[in-house]
Design a protein around this ligand. Structure first.
Ligand SMILES: Nc1nc2c(c(=O)[nH]1)N[C@H]1C(S)=C(S)[C@@H](COP(=O)(O)O)O[C@H]1N2
Ligand SMILES: [Mo]
Length: 422
């Protein structure tokens, strides 16, 4: 099999050699074609008339030619859109930041349209001074900026039993990566004075679902943020405007949106989202609970089923994202032959704790079929498992916490399909 794919030349050196040999030829071929290219010969609308002036678009939107870049749901997945999920179009994005308007949404009772002037955050329970904060009160605490990924524990959950959804948007799009501005939760808890018996917190949302989760006090005092900005602007209503809890590296369900109350207690509350949901049924019938940290994971975003190769054989940029709830991603490996041979990908962009990372592998595609996979290594030394390895440990009953290696089969036409190999 290695022999079949020998023409791919995926190393950097061979890529450069390939570029010198064929890349130059390709560029001059384009130049020759340009003589008859209407895009060059004809005058376009946009260079004959004045465009719209400043302020025509007081809050800018993407180009009309990008209208295909959008969040999307899978209609058969849930009974009703108010308790549902849609998916980030990972195959259309690059770099590491998810634009605010494209962050996937997961609501249990629709989007709460909260008036910040009427919103309060209460801290009560095992504290010396129960407190109520207005948004203005929160703005008076020292704030911090951090980039973190939020991944729903159900991300990739539909893939447990076998390859199912055709596109990384649907298999891996329950994730976004955002720069948050917020107040360390520690500072608010210190203001309230947590009693020595206070071992857990229970954040609660102001939406009609009144979502709650139990979080150990160590995490609350470590790196949790009470965030009000995302990527520089106010949180979007979809993401919990005016304030949400940020629980870095931990499953998305704990990141309570429209945060209105934090109770301090001496034990977990065992609510719905940590018993019936977000638990992992193992092969022996026991349910694993409190799986908070998201394990290292990666996916190739292009080529992928929604992002086929359209330009034919030649230079090909293989790219994807990787993340870990336990730290950074120093290394990602990519295979084009289903795991027989692996190449170390090139990481590009900031490498931040509990954030998405971007990787690239620049190859010369010979037009032959490929089995594409990526494998993340995190800063603890943990390596992303194959589907087989994960099923060996976790059985076949699980939905949540599927961080196994994803395979795309690419055919001669450059079309990609979600497959499973063993
Ligand atoms: N108040 C409230 N918080 C919530 C939810 C919700 O429905 N209501 N959904 C949770 C779940 S399951 C996830 S995965 C994340 C999704 O965050 P997002 O909508 O910003 O993607 O929010 C969590 N916080
Ligand atoms: Mo979730």
């Amino acid at each position: 099999m290695t022999k079949i794919y020998k023409g791919m030349k995926p190393t950097r050196r061979s890529f450069l050699t390939g570029a010198a040999a064929s890349g130059v030829a390709m560029v001059s071929a384009k130049a020759a074609n340009a003589e008859g290219d209407p895009a060059i010969i004809n005058k376009q609308e946009w260079n004959q008339y004045l465009g719209e002036g400043v302020d025509a678009r007081p809050y800018g939107m993407p180009s009309q030619f990008e209208s295909h870049v959008r969040r999307q749901d899978v209609p058969w997945l849930t009974a009703d859109p108010v308790s549902s999920v849609n998916f980030t179009p990972l195959h259309e994005l690059d770099g590491i930041i998810t634009p605010n308007g494209l962050c996937f949404e997961r609501h249990h009772a629709g989007i709460a349209e909260v008036d910040p002037a009427e919103h309060r955050l209460m801290i009560n329970g095992l504290v010396d001074r129960p407190l109520v904060f207005t948004m203005e009160d929160l703005m008076r605490f020292p704030r911090e900026n951090h980039v973190y990924f939020l991944e729903c524990a159900a991300n990739t959950g539909m893939e447990w039993a076998g390859a199912q959804l055709n596109g990384c948007q649907f298999t891996h799009g329950m994730i976004h990566n955002v720069m948050y501005t917020g107040v360390p939760l520690r500072l608010l808890l210190q203001e309230a004075g947590v009693k020595t018996t206070g071992k857990w917190i229970m954040p609660e949302g102001a939406d009609a679902s009144g979502m709650t989760r139990s979080i150990p006090i160590e995490k609350a005092l470590d790196d949790c943020l009470v965030a009000f900005k995302m990527n520089g602007e106010a949180l979007r209503p979809e993401q919990g405007y005016p304030v949400r809890l940020v629980v870095p590296g931990w499953e998305g369900n704990m990141w309570i949106k429209w945060l209105r109350r934090i109770e301090v207690g001496d034990q977990p509350w065992h609510h719905r989202e940590e018993t019936s949901k977000y638990t992992d049924l193992l092969a022996d019938g026991q349910a694993r609970r409190f799986t908070w940290e998201m394990d290292a994971k990666s996916v190739i975003t292009s080529p992928s089923p929604q992002a086929p190769i359209t330009q034919g054989p030649g230079p090909l940029v293989i790219t994807g994202v990787a993340w870990s709830g336990r730290g950074t991603i120093p290394r990602v490996d990519v295979t084009i032959d289903g795991g027989i041979t692996w190449q170390q990908a090139r990481m590009s962009g900031p490498s931040l704790n509990k954030s998405m990372h971007r990787f690239y592998l620049d190859v010369e595609w010979d037009g032959k079929p490929m089995l594409l996979q990526s494998r993340a290594h995190d800063s603890t030394g943990y390596v992303q498992p194959t589907k087989e390895q994960l099923r060996h440990v976790r059985g076949e009953n699980s939905i949540y916490h599927n961080n196994s290696i994803q395979t795309w089969a690419v055919n001669e036409k450059g079309e990609a399909e979600n497959v499973e190999i063993s």
